[in-house]
Design a protein around this ligand. Structure first.
Ligand SMILES: Cc1cc2nc3c(=O)[nH]c(=O)nc-3n(C[C@H](O)[C@H](O)[C@H](O)COP(=O)(O)OP(=O)(O)OC[C@H]3O[C@@H](n4cnc5c(N)ncnc54)[C@H](O)[C@@H]3O)c2cc1C
Length: 412
């Protein structure tokens, strides 16, 4: 059987390797970029956090998060790592469950996939963008940017999502699937940096802090996270911010509250500051939080309370001290937006999952059509979950099961 796969990213490559494994299929794999797996090379800051030991449906989002269950059941983390081991990849699990290549280099993951693609029954066509797909002939007729046509009996759309625009993210997959009769939800950037009111953060570029974060809208809590925050000239970034970013991207005018000393009670901080003032009366307010927080962050918090940094510590009054203590435990920033699809790691939203059978990933609308990875309305938490979905969905779709061959489709 002739199989066309559009997109040689994470899910497209695993689908191609699986589809070709039987030896009886002929696979045509199209990639519009000059090389395969370009986005993969940038993942995990160049280290590729390829999965997470805690991958489970609860770590995924979308209109029907349980849609991922059959694929994760069929190809859970262990069998995905077995798959990679058979390709020759050594991996290591870090505390917290994140899995990386033992080499610590994302290109190791791309290289072993690339080796596995060099089989006689896989034709890889890089630099080839599929611009239209029609049902016809024995299945599907595809056309590339130069007008060349290809025919295939089965089609897997593995074009990825809109996130990471500079690394190949785009709208192509959504457009191709819509042209075949599928529907797409609204798209939002997720796992993305947040823009905030620049006034407070501008001078903090490069500062990192461990904080407890609360995102709220008019007092109602939307999401919570804890971990590293990185301040930038436009706002905040870092793993804890990414964890909240989905909620921030889909809601306007939210407030981000940072507790910069989540391990210390307000009354304990207050008494520590009083001791500092009595021991070092010659110090100025700019040094009130020295030794407790990053110096630039400490000075910003003191200034944000309206205290001049050259005020002698002994001149601070009780209210000013209390204000600083409160501000350390509740720095409030107005979220004005996100860094958009360009800065995002994943797209929230996508092709409506109810239109696909989760047990096969075959379309319920167009027989012989499959979709994998980020183009579907599935997005995962930060920490290797999105790549696990890409691998599991690619491995499942690559089996090219018919909907009636699979166990009864789950309600989605
Ligand atoms: C900076 C960054 C860091 C990330 N880090 C991590 C991480 O550490 N761990 C994690 O789990 N996830 C991470 N992600 C998310 C993860 O990379 C994606 O969710 C995953 O790659 C999606 O896999 P996919 O197969 O759906 O799409 P992709 O891997 O994006 O592949 C889609 C491919 O299709 C090609 N294509 C698109 N349209 C066409 C067309 N019309 N014709 C031909 N080719 C086409 C694209 O060029 C692309 O190569 C990161 C994302 C980014 C942007």
């Amino acid at each position: 059987m002739r199989i066309a796969i559009i997109g040689a990213g994470a899910s497209g490559m695993t689908a191609a390797i699986t589809a070709a494994a039987s030896g009886t299929n002929e696979v045509l794999l199209f990639e519009r970029q000059a090389r395969v797996g370009r986005k993969l090379l940038a993942t995990g800051n160049g280290r590729c956090n390829l999965t997470n030991r805690q991958a489970a449906p609860g770590r995924y989002h979308g209109s029907t998060p349980d849609f991922v269950r059959p694929a994760l059941d069929a190809f859970p983390v262990d069998s995905t790592l077995d798959f990679f081991q058979t390709l020759g990849l050594y991996t290591v699990t870090e505390p917290g469950g994140r899995v990386y290549p033992y080499s610590d280099q994302a290109n190791s993951v791309v290289d072993v996939l690339r080796f596995a693609l060099s089989r006689r029954n896989i034709q890889l066509k890089t630099g080839t963008e599929i611009t239209s797909v029609k049902r016809g002939g024995q299945g599907f007729r595809l056309k590339d940017q130069n007008g060349a046509c290809y025919e295939a009996e089965r089609l897997i759309v593995a074009c990825g999502g809109a996130a990471g625009t500079k690394l190949g993210g785009g709208l192509s997959g959504y457009q191709l699937l819509r042209s075949l009769g599928h529907h797409c939800t609204k798209l939002y950037p997720s796992l993305v940096q947040l823009k905030t009111d620049p006034e407070l953060v501008r001078g903090l570029k490069g500062v990192r802090a461990n904080a407890a974060l609360r995102l709220s809208l008019r007092g109602a809590l939307l999401a919570e996270a804890r971990g590293e925050v990185q301040f930038t000239d436009y706002g905040v970034s870092g793993p804890a911010v990414f964890d909240l970013s989905r909620a921030a991207a889909t809601t306007e005018n939210c407030e981000l509250n940072l507790n910069l000393l989540p391990d210390y009670r307000e009354e304990d901080l207050l008494s520590a500051l009083c001791i500092r003032i009595s021991r070092f009366p010659a110090l100025e307010a700019g040094d009130l939080l020295t030794g407790i927080l990053h110096n630039r962050l400490g000075r910003m918090l003191v200034s944000a309370c309206g205290v001049r940094l050259n005020t002698p510590l002994t001149s601070l009054n009780w209210k000013q001290l209390n204000d600083v203590v409160e501000r350390c435990h509740a720095l409030s920033l107005t979220v004005t937006g996100t860094m958009g699809m360009e800065g995002a790691q994943v797209t929230a939203g996508g092709i409506v999952t109810g239109e696909f059978d989760p047990a096969t990933l075959q379309s319920r609308i167009v027989p012989g059509l499959y979709a994998t990875g980020e183009v579907l309305d599935v997005d995962g938490d930060c920490g290797g979950f999105n790549l696990q979905w890409a691998w599991s969905s690619g491995l499942l779709a690559g089996q090219l099961k018919s909907n009636h061959e699979a166990r009864p489709a789950q309600q989605t």
